[in-house]
Design a protein around this ligand. Structure first.
Ligand code: B1M
Length: 214
């Protein structure tokens, strides 16, 4: 394994955004595989921080600076993941649900979807059902991708689906859900269409479902 992956992981754990960006740029210049830079560098570092956070060894501020470094590094990989010159295969609205500020997984899903040639409109974090609905009325997307990382906010996904149903828009679109506490059975319980455990499979499933409808 390239030592550069370890350096990226370590700099991310230390919350050094500038260093992470420089190292990712170096890895790109060295022609290292994009997926490996993401998985063995950025995500490996984030995984270590996650374990330490869960064990109470690091706290919210440290995790936030690591998250910022993660997002900066991932943004540099975006052009490499995108298929240049491909017309959008479909349009997706994405956001982390109301009350939830976690955006790393959501950003990865967005990145992977863009890599599959989908146009993604990112509504950010803490997005209410009303905001999703307003965005759908404006953009008329093929799919909506909801992310939640907290057991307290995952229920908000149901509110989003209810809002779309009440507005008569539910059957016009594909609803994807994901995030650490989400499962296939939860997806079924709230009446969403697709659950996937990771960003790459979310992008693949979303594109396939959109193409199947066209
Ligand atoms: Co928070 N946090 N956090 N946190 N945080 C968790 C989620 C937690 C499990 C840690 C723990 O204590 N064990 C816990 C939740 C417990 C629970 O609900 N059961 C927790 C808590 C409690 C909290 C706070 C309440 C802490 C506090 O303030 N005391 C607070 C809540 C703030 C809020 O949202 N209102 C909080 C705050 C934060 C930070 C701000 C410090 C930071 C977020 C920074 C940011 O996102 N910009 C943070 C982080 C980073 C984490 C952990 C450590 C890592 C999450 C992460 O980014 N992982 C997390 C512990 C953990 O998950 N092990 C934790 C990396 C990322 C790539 O994975 O987001 O799971 P993930 O995405 C995956 C899949 O889930 C999937 O794809 C990705 C992989 O390919 N996926 C989708 C995600 N969305 C998808 C959508 C899809 C499909 C797949 O389709 C649409």
């Amino acid at each position: 394994m390239s030592n550069l992956y370890n350096e990226i992981s370590t700099a991310l754990q230390d919350g050094k955004t500038k260093t992470v960006a420089e190292l990712v740029e170096k890895a790109i210049a060295d022609d290292l595989p994009t997926e490996a830079i993401l998985k063995q560098g950025l995500l490996a570092g984030m995984e270590i921080i996650s374990v330490q956070f869960q064990a109470g060894e690091v706290y919210v501020p440290e995790v936030m600076v690591s998250a910022r470094a993660m997002n900066a590094g991932a943004a540099l990989l975006k052009p490499l993941l995108a298929e240049a010159g491909v017309t959008a295969a479909g349009k997706v609205l994405i956001g982390t649900v109301k009350g939830d500020l976690h955006d790393i997984g959501k950003n990865l899903v967005k990145l992977m979807m863009e890599g599959k040639g989908l146009e993604v409109i990112d509504l950010g974090v803490d997005v209410s059902a009303e905001q999703f609905l307003a965005a759908q009325r404006e953009h008329n997307a093929d799919a909506i991708a909801l992310s939640a990382l907290l057991t307290t906010t995952m229920q908000e996904m149901k509110n989003v689906i209810n809002a779309f149903t009440e507005a008569g828009l539910r059957n016009d679109m594909i609803i994807l859900v994901g995030g650490a506490p989400i499962s296939e059975s939860f997806k079924n319980e709230i009446g969403a269409d697709i659950y996937t455990p990771d960003a790459a499979s979310a992008a693949a499933a979303c594109k396939a479902a959109i193409l199947a409808r066209k």
